[in-house]
Design a protein around this ligand. Structure first.
Ligand code: NCD
Ligand code: ZN
Ligand code: ZN
Length: 347
């Protein structure tokens, strides 16, 4: 297949996004809204978005921060804790919250208030299944005995399989999958199970973290894995299987907190998201599969209409900046100063 010079797709959605709050929110939101019509907004703020009321307030702050002329819909989520109540789920569903996020306590950024034992929230999961809210999972065990690179695979055995057995009709999104094991698990489930894939995990393997020294901007959770895992993820993303769809997991952190003795986990990709996915799909001659992955399958799984508008990418090299303003700080994107082959056309 010869590479087209221009590619027009149904306007895509981002099914896993961190927008933060305050000045940080104002700094990053335009990057996402320029490309995506909707995004599922992660609730791991400080303090976390644990109630419907907090989710509605956060939604209003996002809409207030949206520059005039950009059309974008935030899809809100609740952060599950050990004490989330089934009544809260009913209220959330009534208010239009689309999903709840399960962070095993301590698994990732701002997950301290997360769930300590999944069995504790079984009544909540039951309510979610009844009210049609999706369960989004950061699927890594937190057991310090388990090697960091194995935490996703072990989570499948210890938690995903029991969860699937207990709640066969709950729609579960296995977020930001990073392993062949996760691909195979999702493929093994007939319905109600899907996965999001980040551009970073489609483009990079774990060597990227250590090229010539430790590179904090390549550190995210779940951490990048071996090349054979990356190839399995890329094959899944480009397979036109509707269980695999786009979720950037764009996760901004101020540069001084990334370039630090104990650097934060998270890669900032929102400013070049569709460009990076196009690059990944082109690497396996699968640009014709990008539209389904980026614009159709996620909406279908969430039971939402597909978007009406379009987004155009052009094969035109451009250079990512060293950093973006981020409130009083700076934000370094993944691939800072590198040239990307695709560019979103913004008229
Ligand atoms: C995310 C963040 O910074 O909020 N970090 C990350 O490395 N992915 C949290 C998450 O999605 O796990
Ligand atoms: Zn996560
Ligand atoms: Zn995330």
């Amino acid at each position: 297949m010869t590479t087209p010079l221009q590619l027009t797709l149904t306007r895509p959605d981002d099914w896993h996004l961190h927008l933060r709050d305050g000045e940080a929110l104002a700094a990053v939101l335009p990057h996402t809204a320029r490309q995506f019509a909707r995004a599922v907004i992660m609730p791991n703020l400080k303090p976390p978005v644990t109630t419907t009321a907090l989710a509605m307030e956060y939604r209003a702050r996002i809409l207030a921060a949206l520059p005039r002329g950009l059309d974008f819909e935030p899809l809100m989520t609740l952060y599950l804790t050990d004490v989330t109540s089934p009544q809260e789920i009913q209220a959330a569903a009534a208010a239009g919250v689309v999903a709840c996020k399960l962070y095993p306590s301590g698994a990732t950024t701002n997950s301290d208030s997360g769930v300590t034992r999944i069995e504790l929230i079984y009544p909540v999961l039951d309510a979610m299944q009844r009210h049609g809210l999706l369960l989004l999972i950061h699927a890594e065990v937190t057991d310090p005995q388990v090697d960091l690179f194995d935490r996703e695979a072990v989570f499948i055995e210890r938690h995903m399989k029991p969860l699937r057995a207990h709640f066969p009709e709950l729609n579960i999104v296995f977020e930001h999958i990073t392993t062949q094991d996760a691909v195979q698990f999702v493929q093994s489930q007939a319905i109600h199970t899907a996965a999001t894939l980040t551009a970073n995990h489609l483009l990079l393997n774990r060597n990227a973290i250590f090229v010539g020294g430790v590179r904090p901007h390549y550190y995210c959770l779940p951490v990048l894995k071996r090349e054979h895992h990356r190839l399995a993820l890329l094959a899944a993303a480009t397979s036109a299987d509707p269980r695999f769809f786009l979720g950037t997991d764009s996760a901004p952190h101020a540069v001084h907190l990334k370039e630090h003795a104990c650097g934060c986990a998270g890669c900032y990709t929102a400013a070049s998201a569709m460009e990076l996915y196009a690059q990944a799909f082109e690497s396996v001659q699968a640009l014709d599969k990008l539209e389904g992955f980026a614009a159709h399958f996620g909406a279908d799984f969430y039971g939402l209409p597909r978007n009406q508008g379009t987004l155009t990418l052009r094969r035109e090299s451009w250079q990512l900046p060293q950093s973006y303003p981020y409130g009083k700080d700076l934000l370094t994107p993944l691939f800072a100063k590198e040239h990307l082959p695709w560019r979103v056309v913004t008229e």
